[in-house]
Design a protein around this ligand. Structure first.
Ligand SMILES: [Zn+2]
Length: 124
């Protein structure tokens, strides 16, 4: 829990209008098949990136976080579980950045993709 989280103006208010949204609503909205495909492809990419980059000492990827408007450094395991949660629930439950991460040990998704592409070429 971040101290920079905005305070819920209805905290402690029994008539919190947001409560109605939670009421017994266990049904999840099925994911758009195209989105699902994209997440599956991301999971495959993630495996490749981790296999290539983890031995080089990298701990994960930086993720552009919409709600926070900043980059988070996210470890391999959390990246994977976030993608799996997306598949299961249609939403990613957390943006849980690593605790005081070393930004030098995280790279962007695009960087990882470029690195992976380059190392595929080297193999030929
Ligand atoms: Zn965030």
């Amino acid at each position: 829990m971040s101290v920079s989280e905005p305070v819920d103006p209805f905290a402690g208010d029994p008539y919190d209008p947001a409560r109605a949204l939670d009421d017994g609503d266990e049904a999840t909205v099925p994911m758009d098949p195209a989105d699902r495909e994209q997440v599956l492809a991301d999971l495959v990419d993630l495996e490749v990136f981790q296999a290539l980059l983890e031995p080089a000492g990298l701990l994960g990827l930086t993720v552009d976080c919409g709600p926070c408007q900043q980059l988070h450094c996210v470890g391999w395991d959390l990246l994977r579980s976030n993608l799996r949660a997306l598949l299961d629930a249609g939403t990613s439950p957390v943006h849980e950045p690593a605790f005081s991460p070393d930004p030098a040990r995280y790279v962007s998704w695009d960087y990882a993709r470029g690195y992976a592409d380059a190392s595929m070429l080297e193999r030929d």
